[in-house]
Design a binder for this molecule. Structure first.
Ligand code: G4P
Length: 532
């Protein structure tokens, strides 16, 4: 039995949600995420299904061309969703922005996935953005499959890549598809799971029971490229553990696949690994109890809100990740935060570039709900139960700026714009405790540009940002309310309130933060805060 038939057989008798694989691809810009996305869609047959084979350039342009700033830079700032089906499974791929800057949107998208693929450029190893995104995955124990891309080019040695991943990420690595040579010497791959030796074009050259037998085969050993690949593989196999799904699911081990997105090398194996190993929808942390995907009642949460393509209408799409139950179009759902019911009459699914009405969706699926500002990031939707999904954080801003109004008559519109966009999660907005200044906080410079562009275009309010000399922000709290009051009273000039009225301390530098922590040992300083 091949791996393919094994998975297909195992799938009969499953509940629909158990056939969902909801994942993201994390990588540094230029590692090959866009190319790999296309090739995964092609390998699954989704591009033909949707009837739209597009080149990458047009894909980039059409994905979210509603935002001028994206067009100007040719990048995708907002995360979108792509759903495709393959081998009896439904894959929901949540796109994380691929630019070098960083935004809270990216972090929050990762709260809505059950698994991730980490793409690494073979010539570069682990790069900064990959590391940041990996850390977010680790916080949530999201299991990761590693795809080492560009074996068709010269790069670091395969063993060196394994060592780098293991050392930098403090993670066990387990090679599952190994390259024979690389660059001009690339001669194929060894699929250790399917027990096959494949040519560069994917033909099966050899099958084996035990890879040791292959590595002793004199015909191959006579070729120095094979001899060297075998030697390195031997070292890798003795130095690193064999693949173990349970350890992978716990987020402690990553299977590593060497391939090339551009040349479609190991893409089918990656899709197979994702379908076979990645988890079905996981329980969702919530209060009072975690939500089980098998629960009958519908529940879900908003992880992202995106302004609609038409800037003249302020309608927005809330992206809801379903956590349980079977959602049907027209169902009434309650927004637990506001206590209000809403009839969901025109929910959307996203197939590649196209959207269609969602008639039915289950745990793991992503549904777009158009609304006029009633849904905010972090909201829980249920059939009536008073459950609150947890783990959708705000992140302490790393860039803090004062908003300067160039036309003072527009103060009211500015307040409205900032409040709307803060609800949407574009940036965080703070009010200083002393003075009436608006401060905005973001984790990446590009967020500021998006904010400015949208306030000008959508609300007609020209603004500028000014530096305020703060480098860090931390939410503050204390069990002893008197201690917190003491701290606030003594430091009002460096404190602000977020949109929900929570106090946040602004520090000029890390030195100041450390000093405050020492001076007020009973006050706690938090880098993240659950959204209200
Ligand atoms: P990103 O979304 O992670 O930013 O990466 P993207 O897929 O856009 O790929 C970045 C560059 O790397 C592209 O080249 C792409 O063709 C190339 N690339 C992706 N996968 C492979 C691979 O397996 N092997 C090789 N050799 N190159 C690969 P570019 O020159 O920047 O763009 P383009 O002119 O090809 O569009």
């Amino acid at each position: 039995m091949t791996a393919a038939t094994a998975t297909a057989t195992a799938r009969t008798g499953l509940a629909p949600y158990q056939t969902r694989r909801t994942f993201a691809i994390i990588s540094h810009p230029d590692a090959g995420k866009t190319t790999l996305t296309e090739k995964l869609l092609a390998a699954s047959g989704a591009i033909q299904q949707a009837g739209a084979v597009r080149g990458r350039a047009s894909m980039r342009a059409t994905r979210s061309d509603w935002m001028e700033i994206e067009q100007q830079r040719g990048i995708s700032i907002t995360s979108s969703v792509m759903t495709f089906e393959h081998d009896g499974l439904t894959f929901n791929l949540l796109d994380t922005p691929g630019h070098s800057d960083f935004s809270e949107d990216t972090y929050r998208t990762l709260t809505a996935v059950d698994a991730a693929i980490m793409v690494i450029d073979m010539a570069k190893g682990i790069e900064s953005q990959t590391l940041k995104l990996f850390e977010v995955c680790r916080l949530r124990d999201i299991p990761i499959i590693t795809f080492v891309n560009k074996v068709d080019r010269e790069g670091l040695g395969a063993l060196e890549i394994l060592d780098t991943v293991a050392d930098t990420l403090a993670l066990d690595v387990s090679p599952v598809v190994w390259p024979v040579g690389q660059g001009v010497d690339f001669k194929g791959t060894i699929d250790l799971i399917g027990k096959r030796l494949l040519s560069p074009s994917g033909e099966v050259l050899e099958t084996f029971e035990d890879v040791e037998d292959l590595m002793l085969d004199e015909t191959y050993l006579a070729d120095p490229v094979f001899a060297s690949a075998f030697e390195m593989l031997d070292l890798a196999l003795s130095g690193y553990p064999a693949f173990d799904r349970a350890t992978y699911l716990e987020g402690h081990l990553t299977p590593v696949i060497f391939g090339s997105a551009l040349k479609s090398i190991s893409v089918a194996e990656l899709l197979m690994a994702l379908g076979t190993w990645a988890p079905e929808p996981r329980p969702q942390p919530a209060e009072p109890n975690p939500i089980q995907p098998s629960d009958n009642k519908v529940s879900g949460f908003v992880f992202k809100v995106q302004a609609n393509m038409n800037a003249n209408h302020r309608d927005r799409i809330a992206f809801v990740r379903l956590s349980s139950g079977t959602f049907k179009r027209g169902m009434r759902l309650k927004n637990v935060r506001s206590g209000k019911d809403m009839a969901v009459t025109n929910p959307m699914f996203f197939f590649g570039q196209s959207r269609e009405l969602a008639e039915e969706a289950v745990a793991g699926d992503i549904v777009g709900i158009p609304n006029h500002g009633t849904l905010s990031v972090g909201d829980t939707l249920t059939e009536g139960a008073a459950i609150k999904v947890t783990g959708i954080p705000n992140f302490a801003p790393e860039i803090i700026r004062r908003v300067r109004l160039t036309d003072p008559i527009k103060a009211k519109q500015l307040a409205k714009a900032l409040s709307d966009l803060a609800e949407e999660g574009v940036a965080q907005v703070f009010r200083r405790m002393i003075g009436a200044d608006w401060l905005v906080g973001v984790v990446g410079q590009l967020q500021l540009e998006v904010l400015q562009s949208r306030i000008e275009k959508e609300y007609g309010v020209p603004i500028a940002f000014e530096s305020v000399g703060y480098e860090l922000a931390r939410w503050v709290a204390a069990e002893d309310k008197a201690e917190l009051k003491k701290f606030i009273d003594a430091n009002r000039s460096t404190l602000a309130e977020d949109k929900d009225g929570n106090p946040i301390y602004l520090a000029q530098s890390n030195w100041w933060l450390t000093r405050m922590q020492q001076d007020y040992p009973k006050v706690e300083f938090f880098a993240t805060r659950e959204r209200a």
